[in-house]
Write a new protein. Structure first.
Length: 369
């Protein structure tokens, strides 16, 4: 298939692997930020093509995975209310809160629906004026423009029965939090190509300079990842700390300025708690004052108490790149995609789900509990 097959060429991949081996003279630890990149790395065995001294660790770039337990509990509370149609992307329905998940609400008779666009939820609200329609707005900067457009559309249509439970998070503050950690071992980043398609990469330049780490904006196919790793390792070997763009077919330095304008119109930057990491200042998006009538938390007055992950779940350490999924004692036994303890085992972008699907019999033999 054009635009896919050429980025999965075996001989080209092996050539890049040889180039990486040729320039690598010391150990390096590199983090891929995006969960989509993690799945491609594990699926195609990219890490197995690298020299022994090059270690890849997996970052917090899975929006489903970093949505805090308290927000899942609020979603469950709202979805359980009579007269509510609760809409979400499919991944969120199986993320565990303290009282089950959204699928369990649906099983008890709640009107929980999977949608493929926030505009689907707006249309549902228009067709059901006697019902409250709530959309679970989860994601990084990538999904923020579409969610902003949904709010603007509802506003133009004069819909009073549409609202959003907003859980948007921002990538750069998470990268800084990782670099500031006393246990940090990340020396370079593969930045998320889809986020940078929307936002560009100007805001990464101060991070590279301040923390002296190379950042390479990278795509999601095997050759994208190998080229991004080559560019990152070359910078490390040469003592450079710059932002480079591997994903030139999609990303421009300034990003998509029209999409950014919609984000600025509807959202403002707020503190946000990240599942497994804690609260990070200026790391999320919330609705601006003119659009707070669409804020489901305010509309329904839901309150959730502070909650913690299951005691044996190491999702926080996985999301910060401190541990691999297979280092979790529950991996593949007490924690599976069918019965997850933590969100990284649920999401299609979660590191634990990737290892379970592609590596569970090679890195750690699953035994019966």
């Amino acid at each position: 298939m054009r635009f896919i097959d050429e980025y999965r060429d075996r001989e080209a991949a092996l050539r890049y692997a040889r180039l990486i081996a040729k320039i690598t003279t010391r150990p390096w630890t590199i983090m891929e930020v995006c969960g989509g990149q993690t799945h491609a790395i594990v699926r195609f065995g990219i890490d197995e093509l690298l020299p022994p001294g090059v270690t890849l660790v997996h970052g917090p770039g899975c929006p489903v995975c970093v949505t805090p337990v308290e927000l899942i509990d609020k979603a469950i509370a709202i979805a359980s209310m009579p007269g509510v149609i609760f809409c979400s992307f499919g991944d969120m329905l199986r993320v565990p809160g303290t009282q089950g998940d959204l699928f369990s609400v649906k099983a008890r008779g709640g009107d929980v629906r999977i949608v493929y666009s926030p505009l689907d939820a707006v249309q549902l609200a228009a067709r059901n004026p006697d019902r409250e329609v709530v959309f679970f707005a989860v994601g990084f900067e990538t999904t923020a423009p579409a969610n902003a457009l949904a709010v603007l559309q509802a506003h133009r249509m004069g819909l009073k029965n549409f609202s959003m439970l907003v859980a948007h998070v921002l990538v750069p503050p998470a990268m800084e939090a990782i670099l500031q950690s006393p246990n940090n071992r990340v020396q370079g980043f593969l930045a998320a190509g889809h986020v940078c398609t929307v936002m560009g990469y100007r805001e990464y330049e101060p991070i590279a300079k301040k923390y002296r780490v190379p950042i390479v904006v990278t795509g999601f196919e095997p050759l994208d990842l190998l080229q991004g790793l080559y560019m990152c390792i070359r910078q490390l070997e040469e003592g450079r700390y710059e932002v480079e763009n591997q994903y030139t077919r999609s990303v421009r330095r300034q990003g998509n300025e029209a999409a950014q304008q919609h984000i600025r119109e509807v959202f403002e930057i707020v503190p946000r708690k990240w599942r497994g990491i804690g609260e990070l200042p200026q790391s999320g998006l919330g609705l601006r004052a003119p659009y707070r009538a669409y804020d489901a938390e305010r509309k329904f007055g839901v309150v959730a108490h502070t909650a913690e992950e299951a005691s044996e779940c190491i999702a926080g350490e996985v999301l910060q790149g401190a541990k691999k999924p297979t280092e979790c004692p529950a991996f593949g036994t007490r924690c599976t995609p069918e019965h997850p303890l933590g969100a990284p085992m649920v999401s299609s972008e979660g590191a634990c789900a990737a290892y379970y699907r592609y590596r569970r019999f090679t890195e750690k033999q699953v035994s019966t509990p």
